[in-house]
Design a protein around this ligand. Structure first.
Ligand code: 4FN
Length: 250
């Protein structure tokens, strides 16, 4: 899968995405991340990419021409059958969730546009953007970190990025529950012990304990996720006990 990120701060995005699992995934070719500096597509003498808003008001806006030239350069040599989506990271967008990440993972190419200053000229959105996506309700200085977040969540769904598929097939995360508490060595730490069931080697009991803890925690902290899980996993109906025939009595 290919990601193109249009930004005024490509080094900020590179710094995040070149590390750890995503850095390795780029080296192995499972994903490709291309950062495009919008400033490279400014045509005026001083390489200005921002301007004052019409109608007045404070701050600066990212002007349309450099962004759209940057976009044109990205798609210029793209294969015609390529399945791609252009996303503007914006507080006005649809909320980014695991469902959206799954949806995005089905594209060949995701083109992410990062805003800065007070945002971008509305005509850019009309011209090139398929959808606006928000990563949460708080004020940020730019769309770069949201873009990195989207690349992270989508990449781990791409084949070959994670070592083994079991990680995301795991009951807990994949089903939308919070995770059960986890422990590693030492068995005793500052007087606190690892729950004995985890040391028992009894896999069925361990599985049950983990599910119970995941359900408990999700119900307490994220009741809406708990309700969604229960709706998707109705408790198995107990087998109705077969009525004994009168002849079997006693
Ligand atoms: N933010 C809010 C209301 C009004 C403005 C902002 C805000 C960066 C360019 C957008 C923010 C949050 C989640 C991108 C926030 C996101 C951004 C995001 C973002 C500079 C203009 C701006 C009511 C949400 C608090 C600045 C609410 N997901 N403006 O942060 O890009 O993707």
């Amino acid at each position: 899968m290919k990601f193109d990120i249009m930004t005024l701060f490509p080094a900020m995005v590179r710094a995040v995405l070149d590390e750890s699992i995503l850095g390795r995934a780029q080296k192995s070719g499972a994903i490709e991340v291309c950062c495009h500096n919008i400033r490279d597509y400014a045509c005026n003498k001083h390489n200005n990419v921002d301007d004052t808003p019409f109608g007045g008001g404070m701050g600066m806006l990212m002007a349309a021409p450099p962004i759209c030239r940057c976009y044109d350069a990205i798609v210029e040599n793209a294969p015609k059958e390529e399945k791609r989506r252009v996303v503007y990271l914006s507080p006005k967008g649809r909320m980014f969730t695991q469902e959206v990440a799954k949806e995005f993972a089905s594209y060949d190419r995701l083109i992410l546009l990062c805003g800065h200053y007070e945002g971008i000229d509305q005509r850019v959105i009309e011209e090139i953007v398929d959808e606006e996506i928000s990563v949460g309700d708080y004020v940020l200085t730019g769309g770069e970190l949201p873009a990195c977040l989207v690349v992270d969540a989508v990449s781990r769904l791409v084949d070959g990025v994670l070592a083994d598929a079991v990680c995301y097939e795991e009951e807990s995360i994949a089903s939308g529950l919070l995770e059960y508490p986890q422990y590693t060595r030492p068995v005793s730490f500052r007087g606190k012990e690892v729950p004995p069931v985890l040391l028992s080697g009894h896999h069925e009991n361990i599985r049950r304990w983990r599910l119970e803890k995941a359900l408990e925690l999700t119900k307490e902290r994220r009741p809406e996720l708990y309700e969604a899980y229960m709706a998707a996993h109705p408790p198995k109906e107990k087998k109705a006990r077969r009525k004994k025939k009168p002849t079997e009595e006693a």
